[in-house]
Design a protein around this ligand. Sequence first.
Ligand SMILES: [Zn+2]
Length: 203
Amino acid sequence: MKIVYIIVSLLLVFLIYDNFFSQHSRQTPSVTINSPTPTPTQPSNKIVEPVAEFKTRITKKFYGTYITPQNSPIKPEKFTGFHTAVDVEYEDIKGDVPVYSIDDGQVIYSGQVNGYGGFIAIQYPQYIGIYGHLQPKSLLPNKSVIKKGNVIGILGQAYSAETDGERKHLHFAILKSVKLDFRGYVQTESELSLWIDPLTLFP
Ligand SMILES: [Zn+2]
């Protein structure tokens, strides 16, 4: 009988002890309630680059440069006027160069355009993004709703109909106007103000 009494006593002691600590541990979270509430992560509205190595590959034609067949870094040059875009150069890259949408938007034009070959324009909340010299067959169709970073096409093959005879490069423009304007060059500086320098979006 004595041994039973000891076992029961031990069991009771154990139960009381266990209950005390589990209650105690249940209380511990109340201590952390006073810690500062974590701030919810803000969605990033940073845009993404339209092609890999975007800034470092703009080496020949910048936004706003007045190009003539005489002063152009491209020989022979068929254009004259203020360049409305930046040209991103990929002549040294043999493989596919994907082009990305810089933001969430909707395709408002997709197809072949004189002077560009494959051409795609995307309506963004603040402006229209223009991407030229892409493979026409690689382009997302008109009216596609797209997310920032989605591939919208592949750069066209150099000196083919895909680029309208141009070298392998991306012509990338940002048009402030609500109306799509296909011009890659304009004849006056005041017309140039319909576009902005795309580099200002990538500080
Ligand atoms: Zn260009």
